[in-house]
Design a protein around this ligand. Sequence first.
Ligand code: ZN
Length: 380
Amino acid sequence: MTRATTKTVGLVFDDRYLAHDTGLSMIEDSVPWPFPTPVPHPSSPELVGRAKHLMDLGGVTDLMTRIEPYEADNAALLRFHTQDYLSRLAVLDRTGGETGSGAPMGIGGLRIARLSAGGVMAATDAVMTGAARHVYALVRPPGHHAMPHEGMGFCVLNNVAIAARHAQANHGVRRIAIVDWDVHHGNGTQTAFYADPDVLFISLHQDSLYPFGYGNVDQVGDGAGEGRTVNIPLPSGSGNATYRAAFERVVVPVIDEFAPDLIFVSAGQDASVFDPLARMTLTTSAYRAMAGIMLDLAEQSCDGRLVVAQEGGYAPQYAPFCSASIAETLTGRGSGVMPLFEPYGDYDSSIPSNERVGLDAEQALQAVREAQASYWTSLR
Ligand SMILES: [Zn+2]
């Protein structure tokens, strides 16, 4: 099959994304004294900013076509969010504050959130019009936890849900597949399409991490959408080998069978081995592999139309390398090209879960196949 060639890959980025202000973080701030020294909020600008900087330094940006983001208007946002929530965001835009449950924004934050959602919409426009074959939307704030009526888990607007509905409303797309490999469950996106037979939502995540009550294997969709939600909860400690197996045994056969017209990836790089908010062990080679598989799936099923949207990733010294590795893979440049090397050494083989699928992971993957077998002939 044809891999992407130079300049057929788009990049959405805007320096204004770095102005989204999440403030400082005080762990154990419920204890009156002594206060520990605050640290930057986990979802600080340096994650996305450093990813872009690495892409610049590594020459990856030069291989990509710049796609200009725009501010998503209310009509676009209302395809997923409620009017009441938009009204509250308009007030918070002037004051800053908490948009819901663990999703703070600063003064002016609504415009940046609109630019983030509109960035994924612009990426969608590009792949649908042929301006680019695949696009990495390196946006901020992230989106996949945002619910219709509130922000949640660092997410203000649900960028991918909004962009998927935009593709259906304005580009005549019907069948969409969304793969969410952020280590947390994409509860907002699942909610958006839970009863929709035309949108396949697949989430790989650390079992029972966040948010509570979402992402179990028995959450398979509802009504006409039954069988169109595929949850892959993986045990903590899962590594490259388990993710590879999850793709080979579930993600690839299901997407092949579904045959989408457009594919999104909710790409959070917080299943990395250095991430402070999760306990998985992925390295850059896993992110290259997953991006490569998604490219192949897009080429096979939908003429390459692939939009990769940034979600989480909280290891400032490592998540940017994972994101840049994904972008580099999209451009078709081979893995391991300087300077985007594995920054902390080739230690994959020193982590057992990166070399082989453990018994707990085998059981988890088997549970997914059993929960989904009645909906997918390829899983029987
Ligand atoms: Zn996450």
